[in-house]
Design a protein. Structure first.
Length: 648
């Protein structure tokens, strides 16, 4: 007897929970629960897992998966391969099942662990809030900023309510010329944007329907389709190859909220498509997030300023961008004083700027602004998880447990916030809990697929964990999408050197972005560092590397922990500890202590030295480990000359 056909399209909101191997799978909240804890999956990964689990033990073709999970839409091989790879990692981590590839046919999911009998009670379903965070209605009034800060921070967070999300129409870009490559490129960019939106469960108008929106009645037709925003653009031939202009329009008001231009500049067409699509989707996400914040739209002027402020934040630490972002967020809250995201964005940018230059004349006032704006953001919207980033940034870094708890409260308020997740990962890294941090880094990159910082960080974290094949794949994709990002350039050097690809490191580091080109000490430090890692490196080569690294750190153009890690990696242990003593002196400003690189594999020589544990005591980490029982990963390293628990 043949098996009955399963329903094709997978709507996660209506999928029943099920048991798979050692996992309880909850599709509607995108969670898998195991003895190791709870894990959030990307929507598309969960759909593929459901499709395979529906037919467990039977072969599922790639066409089946594309039909069930992408509604038959044409998708690249990379999209499906990423989902399959993610599910394989879950299986290999003790999921109690295996995913078998049947060459040229498809995939088969096989359970390797017994499933509990039907009458056995199922494990409790994971709730995205901590046990002590109970849904409740809270009315907060600020009397004093200091009192308001404490009150807002300590109160319970009620469960969020999700308004009906608006949709977006993405038009195929106009080809300003008769050449076929212009039309093909314009169609491909639109398709890629729709694909990324769909992968992240952002509703968009179908390509066929969007193509019919050209003409004088565009906005009326878009309104009838339920589109709140339209993405439109043009592509033509310029002096540097293809030239693309794009804009994001508000349908109801006919206002243009955001514009950008892109030039090919030697990139191949496929790479340029990704470089164009990434900031467009980012602008769309900012618009959709802000437009119906708290269930009510904001006016075009603050909405445009918010979108452009977030675009400046995404561009990273380029000169002047941080101040420009703060100026735009100031304008947002002046125009829309009840807009919580405007207050939290200003709070975060102010707090992080103050931490980056703690001795500046305006550092104290920036911290005051951050404190005030964080309180206002949470008063207006208790579910604004990102406001907790500012609160976290205002606490001394030696308060390891306190900072961690603040960010966990942020995730309780907004479980799917990629930025809060990423900051919590950074804290765990700083505490030496590298494996736990990597899980959160992967989740943050999944939640925020267009963040160069998060994906560069993921590539680095994978490399430091010894997962070099995945790291190199992630790095390749990230470099193609954000070739001029400083964070991507730095991750490139670390990934290639951590994985022993010295020739590739040397070639990649030879062409730094413009902001690095202005810092010859940074280029010299990296160049000599790679030379010193060569098996045939001479003592003179290593000595030049030590001098270049220390000089760049002391000139404040190379991140200090990078310098310590690089010195350890080339075997300059005494110099590494000397630099650490200088960096972590007792009167060091507490906002600048981020020791994560000391726990990455290139720093392993430091762990075996008697000076390492006293350094950890000075940082307050030893006390944190003892009090919480959250021991760092390096304590399990074979051959350490001490027992961590006894040494402390």
């Amino acid at each position: 007897m043949s098996n009955p056909p399963e329903p094709a399209s997978i709507d996660l909101a209506h999928e029943a929970d099920f048991r798979l191997g050692n996992l309880d799978v909850h599709p509607s909240v995108r969670e898998i629960v195991s003895a190791k804890g709870n894990e959030l999956l990307e929507p598309r990964v969960m759909q593929v897992l459901v499709a395979l689990a529906r037919r467990r033990g039977r072969i599922v073709s790639r066409d089946d998966l594309i039909r069930d999970c992408w509604e038959g839409r044409i998708v690249g091989e990379d999209a499906l391969n990423r989902c399959i790879g993610r599910i394989r990692r879950i299986a290999e981590a003790g999921g109690g099942f295996a995913l078998e590839t049947v060459p040229r046919v498809g995939y088969r999911l096989l359970e390797t662990a017994a499933v509990p009998p039907a009458d056995q009670p199922a494990p409790a379903k994971y709730h995205p809030f901590h046990p002590y965070v109970l849904p409740t209605a809270v009315i907060v009034a600020i009397v004093l900023v200091g009192l308001g800060f404490a009150f807002v921070f300590l109160r319970p967070v009620p469960a969020p309510t999700a308004p009906n999300a608006p949709t977006v129409a993405v038009l195929p870009f106009d080809a300003l010329g008769s050449q076929d490559d212009l039309r093909v490129f314009g169609d491909a960019v639109a398709e890629q944007i729709i694909g990324v939106l769909s992968d992240n469960q952002v509703q968009s108008i179908s390509r066929a329907a969007s193509a019919g929106l050209r003409g004088a009645n565009r906005d009326a037709a878009a309104t009838s389709l339920g589109a709140a925003f339209i993405v439109d653009g043009t592509v033509t031939h310029g002096d540097a190859g293809l030239h693309v202009t794009v804009h994001l329009d508000h349908v109801a008001t006919h206002a243009t909220l955001w514009t950008a231009t892109f030039d090919q500049k030697g990139a191949d067409a496929t790479m340029l498509q990704t470089q164009v699509a990434a900031p467009i989707v980012d602008a769309i996400r900012s618009a959709l997030r802000a437009h119906y914040a708290d269930g009510r739209p904001i006016e075009d002027a603050p909405l445009a300023n918010y979108i452009n402020g977030m675009a400046n934040v995404r561009e990273g630490p380029a000169k002047g961008r941080a101040q420009k972002a703060r100026d735009l967020f100031q304008a947002v809250i002046a125009q829309a004083p009840d807009f919580s995201l405007g207050h939290s964005s200003l709070a975060i940018s102010s707090a992080l700027t103050a931490n980056d230059r703690p001795d500046a004349d305006d550092a104290a006032s920036l911290r005051d602004v951050a404190r005030t704006e964080a309180v206002l953001a949470l008063t207006l919207d208790p579910h604004n998880g990102e406001a907790y980033i500012a609160i976290y940034a205002l606490r001394p870094t030696r308060d390891w447990a306190g900072r961690e708890e603040i960010l966990r409260r942020g995730l309780a308020a907004q479980p799917d916030d990629g930025s809060v997740t990423n900051f919590l990962a950074n804290v765990l890294d700083d505490e030496g809990r590298v494996r736990e941090a990597l899980t959160l880094i992967e989740r943050a990159a999944m939640l925020d697929p267009l963040s160069p910082v998060k994906h560069a960080g993921l590539a680095r974290a994978l490399a430091s964990a010894g997962r070099c094949t995945e790291a190199l794949t992630e790095l390749d994709r990230t470099r193609k999408t954000w070739p001029s990002q400083v964070s991507v350039w730095g991750a490139t050097g670390h990934v290639f050197t951590d994985c022993g690809h010295l020739a590739e490191a040397r070639a990649a580091l030879a062409t730094p972005p413009a902001t690095i080109t202005d810092e010859p000490l940074v280029a010299a430090a990296w160049r000599t560092y790679v030379d010193a890692l060569e098996p045939a490196a001479t003592p003179d080569t290593k000595a030049r590397a030590v001098t270049a690294i220390v000089t760049a750190v002391q000139a404040h153009v190379l991140y200090e922990n990078y310098g310590i890690e690089m010195l350890a990696h080339v075997g300059a242990i005494d110099q590494a500890f000397a630099l650490a003593d200088e960096v972590y002196r007792d009167n060091r400003h507490p906002a600048q202590i981020y020791p994560s690189e000391l726990f990455y594999q290139p720093s392993a020589a430091l762990w075996r030295d008697a000076r390492f544990m006293p350094l950890m005591q000075r940082l307050g980490l030893a006390a944190y480990w003892r009090q919480t029982g959250h021991w760092p990963d390096f304590c399990a390293t074979p051959g350490l000359p001490y027992d961590c628990r006894k040494a402390l």
